[in-house]
Design a protein. Structure first.
Length: 455
């Protein structure tokens, strides 16, 4: 099949798209990806197994008009035109739209070109928008009246209506966990046969290859023992200089030596409501037991909020023991580089109850223990695999106690090994990539006339 993927973001570095394209191409499918382009990027290029076409979106007043039309209709004319250009060169068999924002555009493209349509929803967009607006409050609209029309047009109610009207029309809806599938069946009344779980798991071969590229890396979990049974070249709370944490820290360009440190890492957006304040407080409370602990936050966020986090860190953690690193080339935000423990601090809410962060599986694959709140489904997986610790949300005392416990190398080694075994057995991209290929085999067998019902 010729698959046309839609991604309203840059590519690379989107790891899920890369893995999906590779999984499809290895069995003979051809993948063309339409993604957002930047001025200095080539309009077309081959990236791995993907033919990448970058969409030239209008700028200035033209961009404002395009955004207004998309907000009003959820159909983007620029992306529809780009799909037609692809179809002129070769017929499209399937349109694979990533994200809710391009779902209706994908449906319209499928109707136009008689192609099957898959909508890949890796996050609960409706609830993410709702939670973000609640955390910001009404003050944002008062400070910036210009954002009010956009807030009305892309608010959670309209996004929920988009889900209800568009997702039932897709041939397949892909989600990343069982809880998300249950939500769509319950709230959007989707056909159970049309909703499939393809988790955003890690390719174990990629993790192992990354380690192999560094000749100084040790095998195992990074807390290897000498023949006498003691710690080989490390302090009670730090890793040896050649282990994954040390190598990862050099990759990130950290300005401290990770070898003697107990490195606590958190990956993802720096945003209100993600439990970052609780994590900083917990790190401060655990400092007496987790000697030489260093907290590394890998992500991006509003400058005002990042400044608040830095100020809190200065008050609670002396000596600059919190480092904030922006993702960039070679700094994948979903990988637990430079860490002795990977923390997922966001508590249960209407979004986290139906999402799985890719950092969970990346940590497990790297034999790094995970500390998470009791938000399902991440808490469910950590408890079932015994790969870390689960604590109540917004409880810095409980989180501090868990951090202190995970500073013990024997416990951390055991939990990290449990996570690695679970990845090798179940939570790996080999299995999820095969799930994706099976879905495409089913679509190729069906190839029924496309439904054109659009609201």
């Amino acid at each position: 099949m010729h698959v046309c993927m839609l991604l309203r973001d840059r590519f690379p570095p989107d790891e899920r798209v890369r893995k999906e394209a590779a999984a499809l191409s290895v069995v003979g499918h051809d993948v063309t990806l339409l993604c957002r382009g930047e001025p200095l990027e080539p309009e077309r290029e081959r990236v791995g197994s993907v033919d990448v076409w970058r969409v030239d979106e209008p700028t200035g007043s033209g961009d404002a008009l395009r955004r207004a039309r998309h907000a009003a209709t959820f159909v983007d004319a620029a992306w529809l035109a780009a799909v037609s250009e692809v179809a002129e060169e070769r017929a499209i068999d399937a349109v694979h739209a990533h994200g809710l924002s391009l779902s209706k555009t994908g449906l319209r493209a499928g109707a136009t070109h008689d192609a099957a349509v898959l909508v890949d929803v890796r996050e609960n967009r409706v609830e993410r928008v709702r939670n973000r607006r609640q955390s910001r409050g009404r003050g944002e609209a008062l400070r910036s009246p210009a954002v009010v029309p956009g807030r009305l047009l892309t608010g959670p109610r309209r996004l929920a209506r988009l889900e209800s009207n568009v997702l039932p029309e897709a041939d397949r809806v892909l989600v990343n966990c069982e809880e998300a599938r249950a939500r769509y069946l319950r709230e959007r009344d989707l056909d159970p046969r049309s909703v499939a779980v393809v988790r955003d798991t890690t390719d174990v071969a990629d993790v192992d290859a990354e380690r192999a590229r560094e000749p100084s890396r040790e095998t195992g979990t990074g807390r290897d023992r000498d023949d006498a049974g003691g710690d080989a070249g490390r302090t009670p709370t730090g890793r040896a200089a050649g282990t994954p944490a040390a190598v990862g820290a050099r990759t990130l360009g950290l300005e401290f030596d990770p070898a003697p440190a107990f490195v606590i890492a958190c990956f993802g957006p720096l945003a209100r409501g993600r439990g970052l304040e609780t994590l900083i407080e917990a790190t401060a409370r655990a400092a007496d037991d987790a000697v030489n602990s260093r907290l590394v936050l890998v992500g991006e966020g509003p400058a005002e909020y990042v400044a608040e986090l830095e100020a809190l860190a200065r008050r609670r953690l002396a000596g600059g023991r919190v480092t904030i690193v922006e993702p960039g080339p070679g700094r994948e935000p979903s990988r637990p580089v430079a860490s002795d423990v990977c923390v997922l601090p966001e508590g249960p809410n209407s979004a986290t109850e139906t999402e799985l962060p890719p950092g969970l599986f990346a940590a497990m694959a790297a034999s790094v223990p995970v500390l998470t709140t009791d938000a399902a489904p991440r808490g469910r997986i950590v408890e079932a695999t015994d790969c870390g610790r689960v604590v109540p949300a917004d409880d810095p005392g409980a989180m501090a106690a868990a951090l202190a416990a995970l500073a013990d190398p024997e416990l951390a080694d055991a939990l990290g090994a449990n996570g690695r075994r679970a990845v090798e057995r179940e939570y790996n991209w080999g299995r999820d990539g095969e799930r994706l290929r099976r879905i495409y085999r089913e679509l190729a067998a069906e190839r029924r006339p496309y439904r054109v019902t659009l609201y």
